[in-house]
Structures are given as structure tokens and as C-alpha cells.
Design a protein around this ligand. Structure first.
Ligand SMILES: [Zn+2]
Ligand SMILES: [Zn+2]
Length: 324
């Protein structure tokens, strides 16, 4: 999907550079909306439908430590790919790493089924630019103040915004990423990586139990259930954490922290901290605020696989904090 989008954008590059008044921040057309709809049906609707169909079959399928291990393994690969890769590395450039690590993180993130890295980063940079203001791709706070409007806003920000939305110009939002040949290469095979995230656990399940039922259990636990889980935990940052939780810093939007789900979201739930210091590799900011996405970057650093890891000084944090 994203390669086509990038090509579409690059075709306009020449005219953009000759006439800067032509530079648009977002593009919208029926071709893009068609791709968005297809992606929404494949990775939001279909996993839900498959889950509902599979539930009555569960008593007949193997379930034990192996299935849970598959779930956790693919949850870690895709969750860290999104949090430490898509978000902290590619969107916010909060640390540097080797090309090989970039490629691995981009593939891990792609396997989550949340879109290719170029689109994901462009959408997220636009979110930071216009948080909770018109143009934010997924604000829950722009639908009115009545309780029905609030629920409508939450549903929109959590999931339905993906069905049809303005597409941020990659030339404007991610000029650094579209110059990265490795990333463009990974993006080109986006659907292959998502498929790999389904095929691998299926194969592992089939081989372990040496049965079709084992393969199906692997497909469900390591693939479908995991895509749903990673998706909704990450989307809850966009939706619930722009409405509920605590605020440690005064920021211009309605971002909140919610420590109780920090481990489940790889530390992404320190969202108020993140909006206050978007360039920081650490979202928890203190060691006792659990932040697995940052722990992974620190692990890379120990092995000299990450460097220039950006974190604000204690003084900067304290100067901005309104709560401890
Ligand atoms: Zn936000
Ligand atoms: Zn961010």
C-alpha cells in the first residue's frame, strides 16, 4: 500500500519544489480512501470476525504454555516494533541505530498490521502538530461536549478514523524517512510482513503439535488474537488517554498518563510525559515508571546497537512538572 502512496507523492515532488505554494500538508482522493477502507476491513474488522467465529471452536483446539508463548513472542516482536521502532525511532528520532536494526524494527512494526512505517510516522507527526485541534487524525475531543458526542469522539479516535481520513503528505511530514532506502524497501512489502506475522505462528503451532488443530491454534494466538490485542492497546493511547488519566505536565492538548497499563502498552501509556517531551526516548522519564519500549532501547545501547539516545535532564523535567 505505502509504496504506491510514496510513488504517488514522489510524482508530485518536482512541482512542489518548483512552486512551494503548491505544497499541501494533506492529500485526499478516492484512490487513497479505497486503500484506507481495504486496510480497515483487513486489520480491524476481519480479526474481530475471525475471533468471533473461532470462539466456539476453542474447546477443540490445543491451548497451553506453547500457545501463550506464541502470543507473548509475537506481542513482543510487534509491540516493540511499533513502540521502540515506528514511534520512538522513526517518528521522533529519539535515538540512532544501525541500518540492520532499523530494518528489523520496521519489519516487526509492520507485522502489527497498523500500516506501513512511512504512513504511520506521517500520521503520528501530524497528531503531534495538531493534537486535539482540527486536522488531528484521531482526536476524541472534537465531536462536542454532550455524552453522546463524547462517546462518538472516543469511537472515532479509537478505531473508526482509520476507515477514511486525510492522508498526510509524506513529502511534508516525513522527508527524512522517504530518503531512507531501507525503509522504502520494507514498506514496499508491507503486506508480506503482516502475512509473515500470521504464517509463522501457524507453522510453529502446526509443527509443535503436528496437527491442523495445532496450526489453527498457532494462527489464532500468535496471529489474530495478538493483532487485535496490540492494535487495541496502542489505539487506547489515541482514544482513552486523550480523555482520562493523570497529567504530570501542562501541555497544549488533553494527553494523560495511565501507569496501570504501562506494561501492556510498552510504556506508551505515559502519554502526557510523551507530549511534554516528544523527542525523549524515555516516556516514563523515571526508572520506577515502567517503560518497556525504553528498556529495549537501553538494551540496544548496552550492546552498542543504539546511540545518541535522547532523554531530558532532571532539571528540564522538574522545571515543567506541575505534579510529581
Ligand atoms: Zn497524543
Ligand atoms: Zn509521539
Amino acid at each position: 500500500m505505502n509504496t504506491k502512496l510514496v510513488e504517488l507523492e514522489l510524482a508530485d515532488v518536482e512541482s512542489i519544489f518548483t512552486d512551494k505554494t503548491k505544497r499541501k500538508k494533506v492529500v485526499e482522493n478516492s484512490f487513497l480512501h479505497g486503500l484506507q477502507k481495504r486496510h480497515f476491513i483487513l486489520f480491524q474488522i476481519l480479526p474481530l470476525v475471525v475471533t468471533l467465529i473461532a470462539l466456539p471452536l476453542m474447546p477443540y483446539l490445543p491451548f497451553g504454555e506453547f500457545e501463550l508463548s506464541l502470543f507473548v513472542l509475537f506481542w513482543l516482536i510487534t509491540g516493540l516494533g511499533v513502540s521502540s521502532g515506528y514511534h520512538r525511532l522513526f517518528t521522533h528520532r529519539s535515538y540512532k541505530t544501525h541500518n540492520a536494526v532499523q530494518i528489523i524494527l520496521a519489519i516487526g512494526g509492520a507485522m502489527a498490521g497498523q500500516g506501513g512505517v512511512i504512513s504511520w510516522a506521517a500520521l503520528h507527526r501530524r497528531h503531534h502538530e495538531l493534537s486535539d485541534k482540527p486536522g488531528d487524525p484521531h482526536s476524541p475531543n472534537l465531536h462536542g461536549s454532550g455524552w453522546r458526542d463524547r462517546i462518538r469522539g472516543l469511537v472515532h479516535s479509537h478505531v473508526t478514523w482509520m476507515y477514511k481520513h486525510e492522508y498526510p503528505s509524506v513529502v511534508h511530514y516525513v522527508p527524512d524517512l522517504i530518503k531512507n532506502k531501507n525503509l522504502i524497501g520494507v514498506d514496499r512489502y508491507y503486506y508480506l510482513w503482516v502475512s509473515l506475522g500470521l504464517v509463522l505462528p501457524t507453522l510453529l503451532g502446526g509443527l509443535y503439535h503436528w496437527s491442523l488443530a495445532g496450526a489453527l491454534a498457532g494462527f489464532l494466538w500468535g496471529g489474530v488474537f495478538r493483532i487485535l490485542w496490540v492494535g487495541h492497546t496502542i489505539w487506547s493511547i489515541n482514544s482513552f488517554l486523550h480523555c482520562f488519566g493523570s497529567s504530570r505536565f501542562e501541555t497544549e492538548e488533553h494527553s494523560h498518563n495511565f501507569g496501570a497499563i504501562a506494561l501492556l502498552t510498552f510504556g506508551e501509556s505515559w502519554h502526557n510525559n510523551h507530549h511534554a517531551f516528544p523527542g525523549s526516548a524515555s516516556f516514563g522519564l523515571e526508572w520506577y515508571r515502567l517503560d518497556p519500549g525504553y528498556w529495549f532501547i537501553q538494551l540496544l545501547e548496552v550492546f552498542h546497537l543504539a546511540w545518541d539516545v535522547k532523554v531530558p535532564t532532571k532539571e528540564r523535567i522538574q522545571a515543567r512538572a506541575i505534579n510529581s
